[in-house]
Write a protein of this length. Structure first.
Length: 84
């Protein structure tokens, strides 16, 4: 997998670079698209009050994914206000 990504234009070291690995720590860009767990939570019969609390937690605090991939194993760790 190779992606060309652009850093935030306001970042002082803004540049283009090639990414050949998903390894690292990632934060969801909430300004792109409409990421929501609502449909999944509704399908799991989670109460509306709990869904609202989940959405509030996701909106107020970043969710951080740490990905470690090797030829023999993978590890994905999700840290968020909602899950921790």
């Amino acid at each position: 997998l190779t992606q060309t990504m652009s850093m935030n234009e306001s970042h002082p070291h803004s540049t283009l670079y090639n990414r050949t690995s998903l390894n690292g720590t990632w934060i969801l860009d909430k300004t792109r698209g409409t990421p929501s767990m609502r449909g999944y939570l509704e399908a799991m019969n989670v109460t509306d009050l709990a869904i609202q609390a989940h959405e509030k937690g996701e909106a107020e605090t970043d969710t951080v994914h740490t990905i470690q991939l090797t030829n023999t194993r993978y590890k994905i760790k999700k840290l968020s206000r909602v899950n921790d």
